[in-house]
Structures are given as structure tokens and as C-alpha cells.
Write a protein that binds this ligand. Sequence first.
Ligand code: NAP
Ligand code: HSE
Length: 424
Amino acid sequence: MKKKKIAIMGLGTVGGGAYDILTRNREYIMKTQGVDIEVKYILDRDVTPLEKRGIPTELFCSDVDKLAADKEIEVVIETMGGVQPAKTFIEKMLASGKSVVTANKELLAKSWHELEPIARKNKCGLFFEASCVGGVPIIRALGESFQGDRVESVYGIINGTTNYILSKMSKDGCDYATALKEAQRLGYAEANPSSDVDGYDAAYKLSILASLAFHTCVPYGCIYREGITKVSARDIENASRLGYEIKLLAIGKRKGDGLEVRVHPAFVEKDHALASVSGAFNAVYLTGDHVGNLMFYGAGAGAAPTGSAIVSDVIKALKGDIKYCDFDNSGKLDGKVKLVSDFTSGYYIDVAVEDKPGVLSRISTVFGDNDVSIKAATQAPGENGRTAIVFLTYAAGEKAIMRSLDEIGKLSSVIQISSVIRVL
Ligand code: NAP
Ligand code: HSE
């Protein structure tokens, strides 16, 4: 069997995970897939990551041009992350006719429309299964299944780090900072974890998933984004008491002839399938007009699951199974697609107030005047003349809620609006 030579750019969590699988399962892959894959080069900043993993240092290469010029290399794995120099490096590889397998959702969400034409021109592949939802084959499912269906909505927990943090806070009473450190130690977090906790990573992934699901280009910049940094232990406690889990959701759905695309924390009822997704696990809950509801579930981050998605793409690329995406990836929103900004949702609202008669009624009046209907209101026992009232509303328009909150914030007995979280 002829050896197929590949290279890895970036030997960190994911690159290392892919290398391990290629080494450990080499014989198995030969037997089942008929390809003998050999890693010829590993590009990184220096030789340290190779030494740490006990990988022969003669594989180290610091010269991207040498790698691009080597005709033996058929496929290159990009697992460095970030936009530059990853983009330039990938462009060089594609221009020299090598297929690229990447886990870099930030780069894909921002520059897909620039990279893919280079791949097409040079008749090579740009594979990205590992960019979304770790080891779960959602890209392949969206690209190759549901051809007869019109996908109506995609609801996802698509960031492992934030789901890990929220689960640790909810289940173990862990504080936010400790849970984040643990997620970093386990290799789930991005190099700059702001990308996770501020919702950017989920927005990059939603841009890719929604573009595939709705057969149009959903530019990352069009996605409403809110992270989890304002979610407090108190919110998590309140959610649990009221029968919910808090999750960072990525939502893409059709509304009339428009699209809603948003990333934000949300209360999810405990008996909803998404509520049971905990730790670094991810899930995508998809509804098609004929297939109905489907849930894709599995490890959303980490070396082995993401490495598995990378290796699967490498094999696809080596077998010449090259497909290009069927949506208009111009990087711009199609002029015919209307984005919905006045979302409709239930809301959880936690208001700190002076413990005086009539406060609840004044707040309720404001909600009523703005057509916001209250589903439940609970008041905590007062202390030092202060108390808190927690409201759950029925579905209401975002604008009506914001108008109400503006007016409620100005009421004399209201100390502050402590928290506002949407309810799925
Ligand atoms: P990582 O552990 O930080 O690994 C990146 C590796 O690339 C490091 O060895 C890094 O070196 C090296 N590198 C970065 N910039 C470089 C440059 N300019 N030149 C040479 N080497 C460079 O990151 P990761 O977690 O594996 O993530 C890699 C990519 O996979 C990212 O795009 C990420 O979003 C994506 N991803 C990650 C996961 C996950 O679970 N971690 C899952 C899915 C997708 P230094 O450490 O010295 O910077
Ligand atoms: N930082 C990302 C996450 C890695 O936590 O989901 C997987 O894409």
C-alpha cells in the first residue's frame, strides 16, 4: 500500500489529538480505509511541542514555503487557530494544490469566501468537520443529508467551554473563575477564552451551521451575540428553583421570509433534550419540514473528539472525495434575506427593589402597559429594607421588554435590574 504523506500546522490540543489517532490507529485505518497515512512534517513555533509529546524532532519544520513546495504532501492539517498567519498558510497550501483540513471556525466564519475559491481553482479540498461541535459529524450531515428537506431551525449548544462552566456552576456549585480555569486545563478553551465566554466562538460556528442549513450566507457579523459573563450563581439557583437549566444557545431559525440568528444564554426547561447536555458535551437540535426533530449529540471539544473529526476529513481528502459547499459564500448577506432583530421570547428578569408595599404592582403595571404578560412572579424574603422580585414572562417582543425595563429601572422603589435572561 502506497504511503500518503501529510503535514500538521499547529501541534496543540487538536493537532496533537489528530497526531495521536493517526499513530495509534494507523494499522486500523490501513485495514479499513486502504490508506497508509504518514505525517511527514509538523510546523509549530519551535520544537518544544514535539519534544513534550515524544514525537521525533526531525518532523519539525518552521518553513511554511518548504512545506508548500513539497509535492509529496497531499493534505495539510491546520490546527494553529486564529486568522493570521493561518489564513496565509492555508492559502499557500491550497495554491500549491494541497487539500486543507481545518478546525479553525474563526477563520472559516471570517474568510471562507476568500479561501474556498482558491480551493476550487486548484481542484483541492477545504474540509472543516472539526470546526463545529467537536467530534459530532454535523457538517457532513448538513452538507450531505436533508437534501429534500427545508431546515426550519437549528438550536445548538455549540461551545464546550461555556457549557462546561455553566454545568460546573449548576451541578457542583463551582465558581465561574475556577470552572473556566478547569476548562482551559482540559484543553476546551480557545487560546483567548474571551472567544468562548463572550459568545464569539459560538457565533463563528452558528455562521457556518446556519449558512449550510439555510443554503445562504449568514455572515458572522449579522449574528446577535451575548456571552455568559453576566450569568451569576444567583441566576443559576433561580433557574433551578423554577425548573430550568441555563445554557449558552446558538439559534438559527426561519421566520416568515426572514432569519433569526442569535447567540445568548437562555433558560431551558429541565425536560427539554438540550437541558440534559452537560459538561463539554454539545448538541444541535434541528428541525426539518419533513424529517421533523433530530438531535446530534456528542463531545464538543477536546483533543480526541476533535482529532477524530480531523482524521476523518484527512481520509476523505486523501480518497479524493472533494465537495464544495452549495451555498453562496460571498461573505455578504443575500439582499433578499431579512434578518429579524425583534425576537420573540420569554424572559427571566430579576429586579432588586425596596421592600415596600405596592412595588410589585407598579412593576406589573409597566409590563402590562407594554403588552408583556407575566407568567410567574416570586419575591424573596426581605432583608435590610431590600428584596428581589423574580419575573418570568410569557413570550414577548424584545423591543417591548426593553421598553418595559427602561421604565421599570426609573421607578422610585427599584434599586436595580440585576439580571435579564431569555427563556427558550
Ligand atoms: P492550541 O492548543 O493553542 O494549539 C495551537 C498550536 O499551534 C500551538 O502549539 C501553538 O503554539 C501553535 N501555533 C499558533 N500560532 C502559530 C504560528 N503562528 N506559528 C506556528 N505555530 C503556531 O489550540 P487548539 O485548542 O488545538 O485549537 C486549534 C484550533 O482548533 C483553533 O482554531 C480552535 O478554535 C480549533 N478547535 C479547538 C478545539 C478544542 O477543543 N481545543 C475544538 C475544535 C476546534 P503556541 O502554543 O506557542 O501558541
Ligand atoms: N473552545 C471551543 C469550545 C473548542 O469550547 O467549544 C471547540 O470548538
